[in-house]
Design a protein around this ligand. Structure first.
Ligand SMILES: CC(C)(COP(=O)(O)OP(=O)(O)OC[C@H]1O[C@@H](n2cnc3c(N)ncnc32)[C@H](O)[C@@H]1OP(=O)(O)O)[C@@H](O)C(=O)NCCC(=O)NCCS
Length: 291
């Protein structure tokens, strides 16, 4: 029988029943098996996959997360190593490009993914540093210091609406569906207030034996440091935080707190379009797949 051309292989919507195959595919590419993360992505966004033509699971995946109609993130782009280099990645990416319509599409690209994204019209507009290490809060009493805006635990009933209002100003697109889930997904969500108004928030969540700190939104570096310190100070494991490499002060501060650079990714936007919002207050991504 003649093999089917990659461009003709059907792309289908993934559901939670596909989770075990997504984890196998991740493992095949030496990515950790992050079940909670995949579950969040598949429940909140739209997962697409190509079934392995030789049977036995998935040959490729991608997840599209829409933020209203304005913007959308592409993540979890994976093609099994035995099916690599045959056009499956292109097929999946073309599919999400068509699905996304007019939304501004963005993603964080590894060195493996970048050539494919460039071919399909994505442009690098920034660099994200993933930093991983044992956070040392030292004797710096952020959050508790006199005259400093202390962070406090957020409560969904009390804070969700204000947190979403701040986020849409900063992110420029509606993340409220995701932020509503954040309270159940994260170990902690914290906010900083000034004169009764929320001026920053951050979350910490666990995956693959690490505590991820993100998203973090803050009006200035001091507020960001307060939030990060309070989220990470009691971590019993390594933390990971993804920061824009242009935030040099924050980057050198976190390095001094025992969290060195682990890897970098290219932040890419389709067609190089400008992203909405006030990204100067967007300190840390939620995760690579979500921006
Ligand atoms: C990145 C990945 C998804 C690509 O999937 P793939 O099915 O092998 O890619 P394709 O065969 O569809 O390649 C598409 C195009 O990109 C090009 N391309 C892909 N990888 C390339 C590379 N490393 N260097 C140069 N060009 C490359 C191909 O030549 C092809 O060009 P063409 O369509 O004009 O012929 C796959 O390698 C993978 O899963 N890697 C590990 C996980 C990862 O890093 N994912 C990306 C996360 S951002």
């Amino acid at each position: 029988m003649k093999p089917v051309a990659p461009s003709a292989l059907p792309v289908r919507r993934l559901g939670l029943a596909d989770l075990p195959h997504c984890l196998d595919l991740a493992q095949d590419r030496s990515w950790p098996r992050e079940e909670r993360k995949w579950r969040l992505l598949l429940e909140n966004g739209e997962g697409f996959g190509i079934d392995a033509p030789d049977g036995g699971g998935l040959a490729g995946t991608v997840v599209l997360t829409r933020y209203g109609r304005t913007a959308a993130a592409v993540g979890m782009m994976l093609v099994a190593s035995r099916h690599g280099g045959r056009g499956l990645g292109r097929r999946l990416l073309e599919h999400v490009l068509a699905e996304a319509g007019d939304a501004t599409l963005f993603l964080c690209a590894t060195e493996y993914g970048r050539p494919l994204y460039e071919k399909l019209g994505f442009e690098t507009v920034g660099v994200i540093e993933a930093r991983v290490g044992h956070f040392d809060a030292g004797d710096d009493p952020y959050g508790a210091g006199p005259g400093r805006d202390a962070s406090r635990l957020a409560e969904p009933g009390r804070d969700l609406a204000a947190l979403c209002a701040l986020d849409i100003e900063v992110f420029g697109a509606d993340r409220s569906r995701l932020l509503t889930r954040l309270f159940a997904f994260a170990e902690q969500v914290r906010v900083v207030e000034r004169d009764g108004e929320i001026t920053g928030y951050g979350a910490a969540w666990r995956s693959a034996g690490r505590l991820f700190v993100g998203p973090v939104v803050a009006e200035d570096d001091e507020t960001a440091r307060a939030l990060i310190t309070d989220l990470a100070r009691d971590a019993d494991t390594r933390i990971r935080i993804d920061l824009d490499h242009r935030r040099r002060e924050l980057v050198s501060w976190i390095a001094g707190r025992g969290v060195p650079q682990s890897s970098t990714t290219s932040f890419m936007v389709h067609g190089g379009r400008a992203l909405p919002g006030d990204r100067s207050r967007l300190v840390a991504s939620f995760m690579s797949a979500l921006g």
